[in-house]
Design a protein around this ligand. Structure first.
Ligand code: SF4
Length: 398
């Protein structure tokens, strides 16, 4: 597979900027303190965005939060390094507002040697996450860049996407915002969705995926249209959520949010990822699947993706330091071709097969795919490669 990079000039458009300013005026006012769960301990503002409407909108929401203006990223990181032994944990609570320079749109970097990837495009408006899952790869990936970063120049993103979608009308773009963050955890703090959704509603060849563990769907429910937008939930049995997904809404809260979005007309995706194998895992995943279909019908679900727990060696050390009570390393793991450790292949195959069978018993029409796995596992579990399945082909379309 070939990594595709778009060299698109990101010229801020005056007209987009003017319209956007009005949108900000609308969205700043109705948020109540109850709706905002996350409040940053400090807001750092880089000089180039000090007057940006989204910066002004964000600081207006937090009148009591200390603000450090005209500060560089490295100076902000140095400040928190002096004051904490858990710099990554503290970085999640400090919001750094800045401008993204360069092209936002890139091919999902999940493509790695020997792996079949749920191939799509990503854009990063946020870096890091307010939640603190024990298995989160960001702990390793952002080890030296721990701040919660928000790129406020969303007008540049929309201008870039518009140009790319027009340049390649024959392609279908599936674009996700949840590669380096949770797509919705901060949506009542920095409501990117209010600009992304109306833009994607109008596209003929593009779909937006908002991937989340949150229940912050207020802004989604206020939209006029759900066209071309998939909201996908990462789910695990409640026992795993309680133990390994700190700060995240419960399974019940996530499913309620999914139910509301489905009724609003959004397409729903389900990620059972990472699947964690522990004592009685089958029973817990069986119950999880039953809970999903108590609130959603198979027809409302666009796909279910499965992925097993995986990690690099460098992440294991961090997990053990930061999450003393985790139960991720109880079984045996082996290194795969991409350098990541996974459960032994027969164990992974068994977990995928069981869960896939639970799902297919609910409805044979469900699209179930396996993310970030070897060809051998794909073929072992499904009997075929994704390109030979017409239903799945659209997800793997290059
Ligand atoms: S929700 Fe996702 S991005 Fe956030 S901490 Fe958990 S795994 Fe990481």
């Amino acid at each position: 597979m070939v990594l595709l990079s778009f060299k698109v000039k990101t010229v801020p458009s005056c007209s987009i900027f003017t319209i956007k300013s009005n949108i900000y005026m609308n969205i700043a006012s109705p948020i109540t303190s109850q709706e905002i769960e996350f409040a940053p301990e400090t807001i750092f503002i880089e000089e180039s965005v000090s007057d940006h409407p989204l910066t002004l909108d964000t600081i207006r929401r937090f009148p009591n939060t200390p603000i450090q203006r005209n500060i560089t990223y490295s100076d902000a990181v140095q400040m928190i390094q002096k004051n904490s032994s858990d710099v990554f944990g503290m970085g999640k609570r400090k919001l750094f507002l800045t401008r993204f320079k360069g092209s936002f749109l890139k091919k999902c970097p999940g493509i790695s040697p020997g792996m079949v990837c749920c191939n799509y495009y990503v854009v990063n408006l946020l870096k890091n996450c307010t939640y603190d899952c024990s298995y989160c790869f960001l702990q390793d990936f952002l080890h030296n860049n721990p701040l919660l970063v928000a790129y406020v120049n969303i007008e540049d993103l929309i201008s870039e996407l518009d140009q790319v979608f027009r340049t390649y009308p024959e392609r279908t773009f599936r674009v996700g915002t949840g590669e380096l963050t949770d797509s919705l955890a901060l949506d009542t703090v920095i409501p990117y969705s209010q600009q992304l959704i109306p833009f994607f509603n109008k596209q003929k060849n593009a779909v937006l995926e908002l991937k989340t563990k949150s229940n912050r769907v207020e802004n989604l429910l206020r939209q006029d249209s759900a066209n071309n937008v998939i909201v996908s939930w990462s789910l695990n049995p409640q026992i795993v959520i309680s133990r390994e997904e700190k700060g995240t809404p419960s399974l019940k809260q996530r499913l309620e949010a999914a139910h509301l979005c489905a009724n609003k007309g959004y397409k729903i995706g389900i990620h059972l990822d990472p699947i964690i194998i522990f004592q009685d895992w089958e029973k817990h995943y069986y119950e999880l699947i039953n809970s999903i279909f108590k609130v959603l019908s198979p027809a409302q679900i666009e796909w279910v993706s499965l992925g097993s727990f995986r990690y690099r060696n460098s992440l294991k050390k961090i997990i053990k330091e930061r999450h003393k009570n985790n139960q991720l390393f109880t079984g045996e793991h082996v290194v795969s071709k991409d350098g990541k450790h996974r459960y032994l292949r027969p164990l992974r195959n068994q977990a995928y097969e069981k869960i896939r069978n639970f799902l297919k018993k609910i409805s044979t029409d469900l699209n179930v795919y396996i993310c970030m796995e070897t060809k051998e596992v794909w073929e072992g579990v499904t009997g075929k490669m994704p390109r030979s399945d017409k239903k799945l082909d659209k997800f793997f379309d290059l």
